[in-house]
Design a protein around this ligand. Structure first.
Ligand SMILES: Nc1ncnc2c1ncn2[C@@H]1O[C@H](COP(=O)(O)OP(=O)(O)OP(=O)(O)O)[C@@H](O)[C@H]1O
Ligand SMILES: [Mg+2]
Length: 262
């Protein structure tokens, strides 16, 4: 007999302890065949915090996000969301938690054959089946306003810039009012101005919504703007974690070089 699994209610009114990590990665090891990608990574993110995960290409940043979403499983260590080890959950239970999460994958991955509004409405149509069409339209309108694209409802993704596509992807990631937000390179491939605009938008959304967020980025400037904490990955490990100032003061050679080159 299966018992219903309840996601703890972490709305502000009911939050038992605001410091409780919503995302906890504990000593995670992940390899593909003999290729060790993550070699004992631990991180935690609480309500209202944004952690930037930095590192060179191929250091396992996207793999880390996939582990947190439960799209991949670590060989050792645990990923807990809302205090529950996700490895022990059924797919149904995991999907319940995923409904509280918003993702922006590295390639914005918009549906090419759908308009901007249909892309944003997609998670609502699938996961809020009780919602009427007019409620859904209103919600999509609100989301597109939030990301500054209110006049682009009927535009096709191929007809808008890369920065606008990221905005659409962000609106879609926010559609289910997530408490956990995972963004993989939200500013990659954008010019500095579009990149700054996306950073400002992420900051604004985070101030309003107080999610537990992880933003993967190559971009130190962006990380400094949006994150309360930064973690730098190298050779499967977190080399350093803390404020930007903490990183700046580090004597670790790799950290110094990373800051210099970024
Ligand atoms: N499913 C997979 N099978 C085999 N190897 C994989 C798989 N997924 C990732 N890898 C390998 O794991 C390593 C880390 O990949 P990952 O995509 O996490 O890097 P990244 O830090 O996100 O890089 P980038 O900054 O370029 O996006 C890479 O060497 C990649 O080839
Ligand atoms: Mg990546």
């Amino acid at each position: 007999m299966s018992t219903a699994y309840e996601i703890p209610d972490f709305t502000k009114e009911h939050l038992p302890d605001a410091r409780l990590p919503l995302i906890e990665v504990d000593n995670v090891h992940k390899k593909f065949d003999d290729h060790v990608v993550l070699d004992g990574v631990s991180l935690s993110v609480s309500h209202g915090e944004t952690l930037a995960v930095l590192g060179r290409s191929g250091t396992g940043k996207s793999v880390l996000l996939r582990l947190i979403i439960g799209l991949a499983t670590p060989q050792a260590g645990t990923v807990s969301l809302y205090g529950k080890n996700i490895n022990g959950l059924s797919l149904d239970q995991l999907n319940q938690i995923r409904m509280k999460m918003g993702f922006l994958f590295q390639q914005s991955a918009l549906y090419d054959s759908m308009t901007v509004a249909e892309n944003v409405a997609f998670p609502l149509a699938h996961h809020r089946r009780g919602m009427s069409k007019s409620e859904r339209d209103e919600r999509v309108d609100h989301l597109l306003t939030e990301v500054g694209l209110v006049s682009n409802h009927t535009t096709m993704p191929s007809d808008i810039s890369g920065g606008m596509q990221k905005r659409v992807a962000l609106a879609r990631a926010l559609a289910l009012e997530p408490e956990i937000l995972l963004l993989d390179e939200p500013t990659a491939g954008l010019d500095p101005i579009s990149s700054d605009e996306i950073d400002e938008l992420i900051l604004k959304l985070q101030r309003e919504r107080q999610m537990a967020s992880i933003v993967v980025t190559h971009d130190l400037h962006s990380a400094k703007t949006i994150a309360s904490r930064l973690a730098l990955l190298d050779k499967g490990k977190v080399v350093i974690e803390g404020s930007f100032e903490h990183l700046q003061q580090s004597d670790i050679l790799f950290v110094k070089e990373f800051l210099k080159q970024s």
